[in-house]
Design a binder for this molecule. Structure first.
Ligand SMILES: [Zn+2]
Length: 246
């Protein structure tokens, strides 16, 4: 293939811009904020589940407490009713009096037991409420931290987008100086090797860093200036410059 030496040199500018574009794409994929936000999102999901569990438990205990308190009220009402009957003097039979007295005693004991149950549920409920409040605070704090990380990520991405747009614009200018057939070869080699064109610098291919043999250097010296050369080692387009050592 033939191409003007100036057009060949533009390949080096193009390769440099393509490397810059690759670095930007790599930076975009490996922004530390991405891993950070990913980790925070997982923790947020876990905390949200824990909040629901804690709130469900607190709600269950609130209902359990209400039920236990209703049980206490029922027993207290019965015991108060019995006490009124006893105090009213309407019951006179010693057997009935003894029976009533016994029921009141039994109801008092029952009420005491039920009040113990209420206290025990209240303690568990307080702990569950405190746990739910703590988890909600943790979840909300994490949401704020994540929002800050998302802002940092967006700012970094905006900067990368700006740089990438700048690279693309400059690339367009460079491509305009390169003939279509040379560009086709460049694009094909870029797909194969990542970097398609390299400078021959002081007898060394800058693509693979291999120094050319004297025979190869002689072959290049003898080649016409517009001949598109390839490195024997890495197959990239080898571009001659005044610093090639020819
Ligand atoms: Zn090479």
């Amino acid at each position: 293939m033939k191409a003007a030496p100036e057009a060949q040199k533009r390949l080096l500018d193009l390769a440099e811009l393509d490397s810059a574009a690759d670095r930007l794409a790599h930076r975009r994929r490996t922004l530390p904020e991405l891993a950070e936000i990913d980790e925070q999102t997982k923790r947020f999901a876990k905390l949200s589940t824990e909040v629901i569990e804690a709130e469900t438990e607190a709600g269950d205990l609130a209902r359990e407490q209400a039920k236990a308190e209703a049980d206490v009220d029922t027993v207290r009402t019965r015991s108060e009713r019995d006490q009124k009957r006893l105090d009213s003097g309407a019951v006179t039979s010693p057997k009935d009096l003894a029976s009533l007295q016994s029921e009141i005693t039994s109801l008092h004991r029952r009420q005491g037991d039920l009040e113990e149950v209420v206290l025990e549920i209240m303690e568990r409920r307080e702990a569950a409420d405190a746990k739910a409040v703590d988890l909600v605070a943790q979840r909300d704090a994490l949401a704020s931290t994540r929002a800050v990380a998302e802002d940092r990520r967006d700012a970094a991405l905006a900067e990368i987008d700006k740089d990438a747009a700048d690279v693309q614009q400059r690339r367009g200018d460079v491509v305009a100086d390169i003939p279509a057939d040379l560009m086709t070869l460049y694009t094909k080699l870029k797909g194969q090797y990542g970097v398609a064109a390299a400078m021959l610098y002081r007898g060394q291919c800058q693509g693979c860093k291999v120094s050319l043999s004297i025979a190869e250097m002689n072959r290049i010296k003898a080649a016409p200036h517009d001949e598109v050369l390839r490195c024997d080692e890495c197959r990239r387009i080898l571009v001659r410059t005044p610093e090639s050592g020819l």
